[in-house]
Design a protein around this ligand. Structure first.
Ligand code: NAD
Length: 338
């Protein structure tokens, strides 16, 4: 089978990781990425050997800065089968018409609304729904985290209700513009958008979410309380998590007590940029009482959606019909063990 030609529009936190993940697949070719400004990230893209393209309005700025480009975004669209839009939330929407006119498939990210595409994607929960689609949307980091654990639980036990509190990181590590830098900020508009976003993929699920922004950049942490239809045991739930795709169990008594040690662990196992693609569940923090399950999970916001984007490309471009086979291929290329 011919390789699928992929472009990435927006080379920030998510875009640079999607570009690297696509370049690591043997059935995909990374044709190029776009930057709006000739900054260090644009120069790094060139140094990595990526084709650098820019929106029409940025051509002069790159000329003035002496940073060489391969062409405009329009030129890039003429060379690819699919574009992964990784522009900031709300900006992707502005590009949809351009992608449509170019006859190119497009993946949007969780910062866009579900209504933009009418299909949202999570590899574990609904791989086949994006099969052959022109547009799809990979849900946000928190929604991906919730689907990775709630979907397998629902399949096995049937969930009556899920109550989630999300302790959100205030900014990404490379972002010096946002905060709070010292404080905890509750999201007062309730319930938060995370529950409805999970329902864009599992519409039958009763889920209620609240969120607090915390002064940290490393990861999000979820506290999850799930009421199941029937009574079960902690051991049975752990066996579900052990076999759930891209879920990693860790133990507090092994010294992984916080998100800080999870990031250190990611560095120790040789992950690029200390990325932790899996959702991390504290094994000794899982507890079942009757039909109520309690657990904590940590979400590496910069990276958990990256393998999802790769699988979404395979589904939309009809490259692999079996979601599990795509996941296995993506995982192998990215060094993810499960
Ligand atoms: P980012 O700000 O780090 O990167 C966005 C990139 O797009 C930057 O390189 C910026 O220069 C570029 N850009 C800005 N305006 C543009 C335009 N008009 N045309 C082309 N490029 C433009 O943002 P991010 O964190 O990578 O987020 C991208 C998307 O991924 C958003 O929808 C976001 O909600 C979603 N997402 C982010 C995270 C996260 O934690 N960072 C996690 C999951 C999903």
């Amino acid at each position: 089978m011919a390789t699928i030609r992929v472009g990435v529009n927006g080379f920030g936190t998510i875009g640079k990781r999607v570009a690297a993940a696509v370049a690591a697949q043997d059935d995909m070719e990374l044709v190029g990425v776009t930057k709006t400004r000739p900054n260090y990230e644009a120069k790094t893209a060139i140094a990595k050997g990526y084709g650098l393209y820019v929106p029409e309005t940025s051509v002069q700025a790159f000329k003035d800065a002496g940073v060489e480009i391969q062409g405009t975004l329009k030129d890039l669209l003429g060379k690819v089968d699919i574009i992964v839009d990784c522009t900031p939330g709300g900006v992707g929407e502005e590009y949809k018409e351009m992608y449509k006119e170019a006859g190119v498939k497009a993946i949007f990210q969780g910062g866009e609304d579900h209504a933009l595409t009418g299909i949202s994607f999570n590899s574990t929960a609904n791989y086949s729904e994006s099969w052959g689609a022109q547009f799809s949307r990979v849900v946000s980091c928190n929604t991906t985290g919730l689907l990775r654990t709630l979907n397998p639980l629902d399949k096995k036990f049937k969930i009556k209700n899920a109550f989630v509190t999300i302790v959100r990181r205030a900014a990404d590590p490379g972002d010096s513009k946002t905060g709070p830098i010292n404080g905890l900020e509750p999201s007062v508009k309730l319930p938060t958008h995370h529950g409805p976003d999970v329902q864009s993929i599992m519409p039958w699920l009763n889920i209620n979410t609240m969120a607090i922004k915390a002064s940290t950049t490393l990861m999000h942490v979820h506290t999850v309380v799930v009421q199941l239809e029937n009574e079960t045991t902690t051991e049975e739930v752990l066996s579900i998590f052990k076999s759930a795709p891209r879920v990693r169990l860790v133990k507090s008594k092994d010294g992984i007590k916080s998100t800080a040690e999870i990031m250190e662990y990611a560095r120790d196992i040789g992950r690029d940029r200390s990325d932790m693609y899996e959702i991390v569940v504290w094994q000794d923090g899982v507890k079942v009482v009757g039909n109520t399950l309690y657990y904590y999970q940590a979400v590496h916001q910069e990276s958990d959606v990256i393998p999802e984007n790769v699988d979404c490309i395979r589904s939309m471009c009809k490259m692999e019909q079996d979601g599990a086979a795509s996941q296995a291929k993506t995982n192998k290329a990215m060094g993810i063990s499960q």
